[in-house]
Each structure stands twice: as structure tokens, then as C-alpha cells.
Design a protein around this ligand. Structure first.
Ligand code: RIB
Ligand code: CA
Length: 310
């Protein structure tokens, strides 16, 4: 029995691998893709999502553009990691996958209403689109199986000392989603920093030998270089596909039930995710948080999924 999923993303190098893992994995049924402003502005993230699916030969999944920026804050982007167009490195082909005329909210709503089974929503960027859907269509919350989000961290950030990028860009959206009551899983930097694109991983993916793998290796080249320049991490952490792995291969990611809150008011700490793993605050647990990753199993799943693509 496959799990129906929607991916909401801001491609971004790692978002591309999240799309490929979802599209290629036999346990998942990718029903729709929506995009948000994040790593780069919306026009680029949307074009990049279409390119990622086009390269992989995934032509039957609708792609719709969503929010250009956060609910209330100005957009912050991350060209220093992903390049000006968001997919620095390879020559980008013209996408063959069309842009759906609907907004992200309309496509998500139609997808939820059109599915017999509740649909899992995997968000790998600022969670603005999901927040807008839950704000404007609370009647559809019951049709969402769960939300799995790459973002946040149980310890330090990567965009400010205490905030991870996706959480920093739109903390109000994260707060709204946390208050919705929909089952929520956070896949933070504490785990995604284990998903390192080492030389051995690059060889493993390149050995798949298809066009998708070749394009992916050019993405790896750029992504590892910029992560080395910015963070001193020559083996770039491939954050977003770890969120997909939570559903594709549950045994691959260890989760803990805990209390999760997000800082909205802090001058220096806005976007920080407060993960009360020791129950110090005595608040009701409201989320699952990723705390472990079976790294070898994860990369085997990524390579196997890429092998099922063009
Ligand atoms: O902090 C890492 C996250 O921010 C990833 O989703 C990356 O693609 C960027 O969106
Ligand atoms: Ca992302």
C-alpha cells in the first residue's frame, strides 16, 4: 500500500533530491508538487521544481506555484548556497513539465479532496503554503494524514546562531501549523547534518548511471563547494530528502514524541525551534522530532529511487 504525498518545496539542490526520492520510491505516490519562495525567489523555485521533474522523466505530477514570501516577514533567500537561480552548477534545460494554472493552495485542496486516503504533506522549505491552506481551508485538515517538515533543529541554527533557514524565513507559518493539531514531524539539522554528500556517496549515486544521476552529480559538485565555502562542510548536508525518508522508509529515521515551539518575538532568536526533549516546560507534547538517521540505509534509498527515474 503506497502513501499518497504532496511535496511543497523551494528548490534548491536538496529539494531536488527530495522530489526524486518521492517520485522514485515504491512506497510513495507523489500526487502533486507545490512551490514557495525560500532558497531563491518563487519564479526560480517553481521553474526549478519543473526542471527537477522534467530531468527525471516525471511528467504526470502537477506543479503549482504558491506564496512568494512569508506570512508577515520579508523574504530571506539563500543564494550563497544554491546560486542565483537556485540550482547552481548544471546547465539548466527548459522544463517540459508545465506550470499548473492553480495556486498551491488550490492544487493542495484539490489533491486532498480527490484522494480516497488521507494525504501526507512533506514540506522542505518555509512552511508558508501549508499554513495558508490550514488557515483558509480548516475543513480540509482531516484529509491530511500528517505533515513532515524539513526545518528547525534540536540545537543550533544555520541561518542565525539559533534558527535554521526554513524556520527563520517564516516562523509565524510554523507556529500556525503547530497549532493546527495535524500530526507534525520536524526533521531538523541535528539529523540532516548526518546526511553528508561524501565522495563515497557521490560515487554511489553516480554509479546509477542514468541522466538523473548525472544531473544530480553536477548539483552535488556545486552544493558541496558552496557548503564548504560557507560552513566549512565540503561534504554538503543533503537536508530535504531526509524528510521524505521518514515516510518512504520509516525504519531509517528515529523519531521522538516531544514538545515543539517556535520563537516569534526574539530579536536574536526569532525562528529558533524550542524542542523540549526533557519535558522541562511541562507542556503537552505536540510533535514528533527526528533524532536518529540510519545513514547507509538512507543513501541506499536515495540511489535506488534515482535508479527508477530517467
Ligand atoms: O536549512 C536547510 C533548509 O533550508 C533546506 O530545506 C534547504 O533547501 C533550505 O530550504
Ligand atoms: Ca528546501
Amino acid at each position: 500500500m503506497t502513501i499518497p504525498v504532496i511535496i511543497d518545496c523551494d528548490p534548491g539542490h536538496d529539494d531536488v533530491f527530495a522530489l526524486w526520492l518521492a517520485a522514485g520510491h515504491p512506497s510513495l505516490d507523489l500526487l502533486a508538487v507545490t512551490t514557495v519562495g525560500g532558497n531563491v525567489p518563487l519564479e526560480h523555485t517553481t521553474r526549478n521544481a519543473r526542471i527537477a521533474l522534467s530531468v527525471a522523466g516525471v511528467t504526470d505530477v502537477p506543479v503549482a506555484a504558491g506564496a512568494a514570501g512569508p506570512l508577515v516577514r520579508p523574504l530571506q533567500t539563500a543564494e550563497w548556497i544554491h546560486g542565483e537561480n537556485g540550482l547552481g552548477g548544471p546547465e539548466l534545460p527548459e522544463p517540459t513539465v508545465p506550470l499548473d494554472a492553480r495556486t498551491a493552495t488550490e492544487l493542495i485542496a484539490d489533491t486532498l479532496m480527490g484522494s480516497v486516503e488521507p494525504v501526507a504533506v512533506i514540506a522542505t522549505g518555509p512552511i508558508t503554503n501549508v499554513a495558508i491552506l490550514l488557515r483558509d481551508r480548516p475543513d480540509l485538515a482531516g484529509r491530511i494524514r500528517e505533515i513532515v517538515w524539513m526545518g528547525g533543529s534540536t540545537d543550533r541554527g544555520n541561518a542565525t546562531p539559533y534558527a535554521e533557514f526554513n524556520a527563520l524565513v517564516d516562523p509565524e507559518a510554523l507556529d500556525l501549523v503547530l497549532r493546527s493539531g495535524v500530526r507534525f514531524t520536524m526533521v531538523g539539522l541535528n539529523v540532516t547534518h548526518l546526511a553528508l554528500v561524501t565522495p563515497a556517496v557521490r560515487r554511489q549515486v553516480a554509479a546509477v548511471g542514468n541522466a538523473t544521476a548525472a544531473f544530480g552529480d553536477e548539483l552535488f559538485e556545486f552544493f558541496c563547494r558552496t557548503n564548504d565555502e560557507v560552513f566549512g562542510m565540503p561534504d554538503g548536508p543533503l537536508h530535504d530528502p531526509v524528510a521524505v525518508a521518514v515516510l518512504a522508509d520509516p525504519g531509517c529515521v528515529g523519531l521522538r514524541r516531544t514538545r515543539l515551539d517556535v520563537e516569534l518575538l526574539g530579536v536574536e532568536t526569532a525562528g529558533a525551534t524550542s524542542v523540549d526533549l526533557d519535558g522541562m516546560l511541562g507542556r503537552e507534547p505536540n510533535a514528533w522530532v527526528a533524532v536518529e538517521l540510519d545513514v547507509e540505509r538512507f543513501w541506499a534509498g536515495v540511489a535506488a529511487s534515482v535508479a527508477r527515474l530517467a
